[in-house]
Ligand binder design. Structure first.
Ligand code: FMN
Length: 352
């Protein structure tokens, strides 16, 4: 049992938030049912609502409430419910306020530094966790929260370079294999965090993410001082994952050579399957944007290489040729689809 602020987590596993639509209530609810933290992604959760094209923001805010309710029903009161909100989202503040109202247990926030996050949660007891990829980043966030809001975070997620989705590392380092290892980032982050554990008289559990594949990996990082792990890619190959079965099969079929580093309109590099669409974007990085969802702060439809929302929506709906399929480095290891129950049982047995 891991104590996080005023709440308890039964097993040391957070299922990472995966947009667009890859982690919604079905996946999150089933992870919660096993005693883990299920996380809904706030990246266009309303993508399949009827009015999404014309009112994406309204649909997304409604979907955050609807999926929270559904996940709680599936979980039968077990586990914790988190939401992953990207700092790069234009509607960041609205998403945060809606999730506080909807009764989520935790907000996990990356793709930028969540420097102002405490401002939007008021005196709610929702747990707050920054996602960082270096000790420098957690130092900046916690210093700012301490000086501006006289508070600290409740837990931390460190995301290493093997993760899926957007990556907090320089493209050059990813290509040259010169990123700092998670094993080296962890002790440095623990040191920073301990300053605020002392100051605020509380424990701040640190979870590691990116390339965690087996229970042995979980055990190794817990021995190094992590409280647990956040895992994304392995949860895609589950029956309960909210993505189309073709998305899951894409990863099960993918070989290591098919998994590449791509540029995203967020400004961050990402890791994805090299399919026809990604080849086209890499060859001519100026795909016409026919409809702008106005979703990302750093994205300008006039000069964006492609519309990432459109490409991710195509992927979650199973369009093999037009979609952008994010995956972690370990995507190529996936060889079958299992249930969340089987996966968590297997992971927990391997940690013993
Ligand atoms: C398909 C996919 C989508 C993701 N989307 C997001 C996202 O919207 N926001 C975010 O912070 N992280 C996102 N991630 C990162 C995961 O939450 C998780 O931290 C990461 O995948 C962990 O590494 P692993 O996949 O090797 O387990 C995504 C990952 C994948 C594979």
């Amino acid at each position: 049992m891991i104590k996080i602020g005023c709440k308890q987590l039964e097993i040391p596993i957070i299922q990472g938030g995966m947009g667009v639509g890859v982690s919604l209530s079905n996946l999150a609810g089933h992870v919660m049912l096993e005693g883990g933290m299920g996380v809904i992604s706030a990246a266009h959760p309303g993508y399949n609502y009827p009015d999404f094209e014309s009112s994406s923001r309204t649909c997304n805010l409604q979907a955050l409430k609807d999926h929270a309710k559904k996940a709680r029903e599936i979980s039968q009161g077990k586990g914790l419910l988190g939401v992953n909100i990207m700092v790069a989202s234009k509607d960041y503040e609205h998403y945060v306020r809606t999730c506080v109202e909807a009764g989520y247990d935790a907000i996990i926030s990356g793709a930028g530094l969540p420097l102002s996050l405490p401002e939007y949660v008021g005196d709610s007891d929702i747990l707050l966790a920054p996602i960082v990829s270096s000790a420098k980043a957690i130092q900046l966030v916690l210093r700012r929260w301490d000086s501006h809001y006289q508070r600290t975070c409740d837990f931390v997620v460190i995301e290493g370079y093997k993760a899926g989705g957007h990556l907090g590392f320089k493209l050059k380092d990813l290509q040259n294999h010169t990123c700092e290892e998670l094993e080296d980032i962890l002790p440095a982050v623990l040191k920073e965090v301990s300053i605020y554990e002392d100051k605020y008289h509380k424990e701040i559990p640190v979870f590691v993410a990116g390339g965690i594949y087996t229970g042995k990996d979980i055990k190794r990082f817990m021995r190094l001082g992590a409280a647990g792990v956040q895992m994304g890619t392995r949860f895609i190959a589950t029956e309960e994952c909210d993505a189309h079965p073709i998305f899951k099969e894409m990863l099960v079929k993918a070989k290591q050579k098919d998994i590449v580093i791509v540029k995203s309109p967020t400004g961050f590099p990402g890791r994805a399957v090299l399919n026809d669409y990604m080849k086209k974007v890499m060859d001519s990085p100026n795909q016409k944007v026919s409809h702008c969802f106005g979703c990302l702060k750093p994205c300008n439809p006039a000069d964006t290489p492609y519309c990432i929302s459109h490409a991710l929506i195509e992927a979650v709906q199973g369009n093999e040729k037009q979609g952008l399929f994010f995956t972690g480095e370990n995507g190529a290891k996936l060889d079958r689809i299992m249930t969340v129950h089987e996966l968590i049982q297997e992971l927990m047995e391997e940690t013993v």
